[in-house]
Design a protein around this ligand. Structure first.
Ligand code: PDD
Length: 278
């Protein structure tokens, strides 16, 4: 079942926060989504490290050390008893009468929930997914995992309304950055590419492990910018994320990707990653 955590308390009922919480009024906070497999949180240290990086980008001092944070998350997750779970963790700057500027002494509000997930069989991913491209007009701090997700949710809703699974962000210059809630990879002539981890994308934890898996499998890899037209000449395209794992695209903007089926290298990476985490 769903289990909640708010500021030191574990609850079975959904907790309530102040209507003056800056997360509510300004989207002033950071978050993480951590997946568990078979009763163990995957890549917890990576997530905690990124959480601290995100917090520092928005000038938010977290009320715990990284070790304390890891322990807090693990203890909470263990109490939830969900072997396959998504743990959502959000830390907002705190509550105060609405004012754009903030006091540095505010008490951050820590919120978590653990949600049971259905473990997806490999066949789920092997079916392939559809995407549309969407203009990427986001700000220049996409490396910070903040709860200001309006641009992402509108893009993903547009994809859903078009009968697709994801939105692929394309900047004014044609550069492909990432997806609404996943990173994007392409393969052309045996070379795997993804956008460099700069301020234009969120540096995904899954992205990092997929790059490792590619290296282990002898797949040539480059951190390299590619463009919208490359999506349509690529042999294979896939996205990665904590919840999307490795999801191959077989159709983008109504056009077939590769031969219309998840590609050979993508499947190799998918199988290898699937084995590693389970
Ligand atoms: N999203 N890019 C964006 C914009 C994301 O929101 C996410 C994750 C990723 C992939 O990061 P990771 O591999 O660390 O999950 C890339 C989470 C899952 C979410 O918002 O639900």
């Amino acid at each position: 079942a769903l289990l909640y955590y708010l500021d030191g308390e574990i609850l079975e009922e959904e907790p309530k926060v102040s209507a003056q919480d800056r997360g509510y009024n300004f989207g002033d906070g950071v978050y993480e989504v951590i997946r568990s497999y078979r009763g163990k949180l995957f890549a917890l240290e990576d997530h905690v490290e990124r959480l601290f990086r995100s917090a520092s980008y928005i000038d938010l001092k977290l009320p715990y050390s990284p070790d304390e944070m890891s322990k807090l998350i693990t203890d909470f997750y263990n109490k939830s008893g969900n072997p396959e779970a998504a743990v959502y963790l959000q830390i907002t700057r705190g509550a105060a009468v609405r004012n754009h500027t903030y006091e540095r002494g505010m008490k951050p509000v820590v919120f978590m929930y653990s949600k049971p997930l259905d473990d997806k069989p490999l066949s789920y991913y092997e079916g392939g997914f559809k995407a549309i491209t969407v203009h990427d007009g986001r700000w220049d701090m996409c490396q910070a995992k903040t709860i200001c997700l309006l641009y992402n949710i509108l893009a993903k809703q547009k994809a859903k309304d078009a009968g697709c699974d994801e939105a692929i962000f394309v900047r004014d210059n044609g550069e492909v950055t990432e997806c609404g809630s996943s990173n994007l990879f392409i393969i052309k002539d045996g070379i795997l590419k993804t956008h460099p981890a700069d301020n234009r994308i969120l540096s995904g934890i899954t992205r990092k492990y997929v790059i490792e898996v590619a290296r282990k499998n002898g797949v040539h890899f480059r951190n390299e910018i590619f463009y919208k037209e490359d999506l349509f000449t690529a042999d294979e395209v896939f996205m990665t994320g904590t919840l999307s794992e490795i999801s191959p695209f077989v159709e983008i903007d109504g056009k077939t990707v590769g031969n219309g089926k998840p590609g050979e290298i993508t499947l190799k990476l998918l199988h290898s990653f699937y084995e590693m985490v389970r």
